[in-house]
Design a protein around this ligand. Structure first.
Ligand SMILES: O=C(O)[C@H](O)CO
Length: 347
């Protein structure tokens, strides 16, 4: 755990208060951790939403409350996945200097609008790569070894224990294609080394210098889809990547291919994925992210035996979430003290 915390600056490194307590910092949800609150409270007046943003009721209350609390704030620590809209920024007022999202993904932030207004944006990459990579591997195992069907058997008490029953696929000897060899993609490759993967492919905008050491080969998306037994999505959601996995791209994948998504639900056209899984055009899928979240319990994807879904827990470990909370807070301290952001998206 120590090494996770060490990836961000220590509390002592943070510039201290010639700032005033009168600056207001809004924490967008009540599930932000005390490790972050403590740092913020040393410097600022912290205003916290009383609500979380995961139940339908909580989401609505959280959204309404944020609208009431935001006027006059100098910084936002964003733990919600609500979009940061033009309307919300107008409501905040011109003193708003920085948005610090406690996530690697920042697709919920209106970047052009923030830029136009000169508001800084920070995120929390790096500190969560290991935890998300571990979940990517859990999904690979879960989808390849048919955990959904197997867990159903455990719960129903009807085990199919035949020698030839519920057989899965190996990671050993497979080709793993990583879409997006950033921090999470690289961490996934490193952790897969012990699984005796035959070949790593990756795709993205450009070749990555780190790939050589990882033994990963740069290819275009079509080549990756055509050759990979596992396709791991580890890219941010942008206009370019939205629905990059769709009817056309699914048709380019191998029959035995397993699709893994640890990025964002909207990277995948879920109707097309449903059809591909139902028709066995690909073997299975493992998703940590869906659209929407939570996925309604009567959603058609949940009727499929060959899908293994987790409720967006990629970064949800004690060490990682604390590291994210601390980093998000330190970015605010720096921004309001005229120092560079530690992990800037927009500066
Ligand atoms: O973007 C992220 O940081 C993860 O998906 C957790 O929200």
């Amino acid at each position: 755990m120590a090494s996770v915390f060490n990836t961000a600056l220590s509390v002592e490194d943070v510039p201290n208060t010639n700032m005033t307590k009168s600056l207001k910092v809004l924490v967008s949800s009540n599930d932000y951790l005390d490790s972050g609150i403590k740092i913020l409270e040393e410097h600022f007046t912290v205003i916290k939403s009383r609500y979380q943003n995961f139940s339908e009721e909580g989401l609505t209350k959280n959204k309404d409350e944020l609208f009431d609390l935001i006027p006059g704030c100098s910084a936002l620590v964003w733990v919600s996945h609500h979009p940061i809209t033009k309307e919300l920024l107008d409501r905040a007022g011109p003193q708003l200097k920085v948005v610090s999202t406690a996530s690697a993904g920042y697709n919920h932030c209106n970047v052009p609008e923030l830029k136009k207004r000169g508001i800084k944006l920070a995120n929390t990459p790096g500190v969560l790569s290991a935890a998300v990579a571990e979940v990517a591997i859990a999904l690979m195992l879960g989808a390849a070894r048919r955990f959904t069907e197997n867990l159903d058997q455990v719960h129903s008490g009807e085990w199919e224990i035949g020698f030839d029953k519920v057989l899965g696929q190996d990671i050993q000897g497979s080709t793993v294609g990583i879409v997006g060899l950033g921090g999470i993609g690289q961490a996934t490759v490193k952790r897969l080394r012990g699984f005796y993967v035959e070949k790593f492919l990756y795709t993205g905008h450009r070749e990555k210098p780190e790939a050589k050491e990882l033994g990963a080969e740069f290819v275009d998306l079509d080549t990756l889809l055509a050759h990979s037994d596992f396709v791991v999505l580890a890219v941010p959601l942008t206009d370019e990547t939205k629905h990059m996995i769709n009817k056309t791209t699914l048709a380019k994948m191998k029959k035995n291919a397993i699709l893994i998504n640890v990025g964002r639900g909207d990277l995948v056209n879920q109707d097309d994925l449903y059809d591909a899984l139902k028709n066995r055009d690909i073997y299975s899928a493992g998703l940590d992210v869906t659209t929407p979240e939570p996925l309604p319990k009567d959603h058609k994807l949940l009727t499929l035996p060959n899908i293994f879904i987790l409720p967006h827990i990629g970064s949800a470990t004690i060490g990682t979430r604390n590291a994210m909370a601390v980093l998000a807070a330190k970015n605010v301290v720096n921004a309001l003290n005229g120092k560079p952001l530690i992990t800037p998206v927009l500066e």
